[in-house]
Design a binder for this molecule. Structure first.
Ligand code: HEC
Length: 152
């Protein structure tokens, strides 16, 4: 066995550190224009002009403030049983609950907005009532949100 042909872990480490040293010694000769941070680096650009490359695509879920509030209401009050996307797969369902898929187009077509609102306000079976916690505007918003869950 020729010893030179064998790369042992320790000789590998040696080669690696030799490489690293040469990178450190010879690779970092480039000088860059580094200057101190100035407060106007973080100021609004002159004349209200905004560099589009610095604007994030979105600042949260799409929609109006009201839609976002209703989505938050759904997440807090309903998603534990109905699932975030309404498919009936929430982790907090009471034992024995039959929570249907609210995205189902057939179910969607079979109920009116009033019936949906009625279940939310008054409850039914293992579905709790919410009229003591959510005002009529919130209930209306939730009906709209459920309608928007409809799958094709
Ligand atoms: C504790 C679990 C739980 C929570 C929380 C909950 N639901 Fe339900 N929901 C159920 C169950 C169980 C049913 C089925 C009731 C039945 O018919 O037996 C149901 C049924 C419904 C239905 C009617 C579906 C149908 O079969 O016609 C709607 C609409 C609904 N829920 C909306 C909501 C909304 C909106 C919220 C939040 C404000 C909510 N639910 C919160 C458990 C829950």
């Amino acid at each position: 066995m020729t010893r030179t042909a064998v790369v042992t872990p320790s000789s590998f480490a040696l080669i690696l550190s030799a490489l690293l040293i040469s990178v450190i010694a010879f690779g970092c000769t480039e000088t860059r224009d580094i200057r101190d941070w100035r407060p106007d680096d973080h100021q609004q650009p002159e004349g209200g002009e905004i560099d589009p490359s610095r604007v994030p695509d979105s600042d949260g879920p799409p929609g109006t403030d009201e839609e976002r509030a209703v989505t938050a209401l759904w997440t807090v009050s309903c998603a534990s049983c109905h699932g975030r996307t309404g498919r009936g797969d929430g982790p907090g369902q009471p034992p024995g609950a039959q929570v249907r898929d609210l995205t189902n187009a057939e179910w969607q077509a079979s109920v009116t907005d009033e019936e949906i609102a009625q279940v939310i306000t008054g409850g039914r079976g293992l579905m709790p009532r919410f009229d003591d916690r959510i005002n009529p505007r919130g209930i209306e918003g939730l009906v709209r949100l459920i309608r928007a869950l409809r799958a094709e």
